[in-house]
Write a protein that binds this ligand. Structure first.
Ligand code: RP5
Length: 188
């Protein structure tokens, strides 16, 4: 089954009218609690994206169709989150040259360390860019995907620079607050 035609069969697809540049995929719906951090960042920047549950071991044919059709459908980056043995990012990377960013999801008793080691230890030749475990990694994966898109999009580049400035100003303001509260604590 072709992934693109499968997608077109989904209710509501006709109303979407967009061509996603980034895909956020995950091995299970349960991963969304972490992967929604990537979705939030993509929404904040107004980047067209799609989200999919695609499992390497439970829906291998769907994963194959998704990865094989990624380039043709115009995807420029794939963010793949998975927990446990976490072979989804590496398997997708094996099937497409679209860059894959892997997010280790803490889903087992090993709290994401299993997924981290699985995703980061891709043998030479088929790379997966690996982010931190959990929501920080998911958010950073989105920022990295946006940085990739921004290499050919000046407006996005400006948005990224403004975002960095917001982060910098926020931390700088916090450090002043801490200094004030430390000083008032000393004077009390
Ligand atoms: C992995 O197994 C998924 O990526 C998920 O992190 C983990 C658990 O999946 P569920 O049992 O919650 O569906 O394949």
């Amino acid at each position: 089954m072709d992934f693109a035609s499968h997608e077109e069969q989904q209710p509501g697809h006709e109303e979407q009218h967009h061509r996603p540049l980034v895909a956020v995929v995950m091995g299970s719906r349960s991963d969304y609690a972490v992967m929604c951090a990537a979705v939030a960042v993509l929404k904040e920047f107004g980047v067209e994206f799609e989200t999919r549950v695609v499992s390497a071991h439970r829906t291998p044919e769907l994963m194959f169709d998704f990865a094989r059709s990624a380039r043709r459908r115009g995807l420029r980056c794939i963010i793949a989150g998975a927990g446990g043995a976490a072979h989804l990012p590496g398997m997708i990377a094996a099937l497409t040259v679209v860059p894959v960013l892997g997010v280790p999801v803490p889903a087992t008793a090993l709290q994401g360390l299993d997924a981290l080691l699985s995703i980061v230890q891709m043998p030479k030749g088929v790379p997966v860019g690996t982010l931190a475990i959990g929501a920080s990694g998911a958010a950073n994966a989105a920022l990295l995907a946006i940085a990739m898109l921004a290499t050919t999009d000046d407006a996005l580049q400006t948005q990224l620079e403004e975002h960095r400035e917001t982060v910098r100003a926020h931390v700088a303001a916090e450090s002043l607050v801490h200094e004030d509260s430390m000083l008032s604590g000393m004077n009390a």
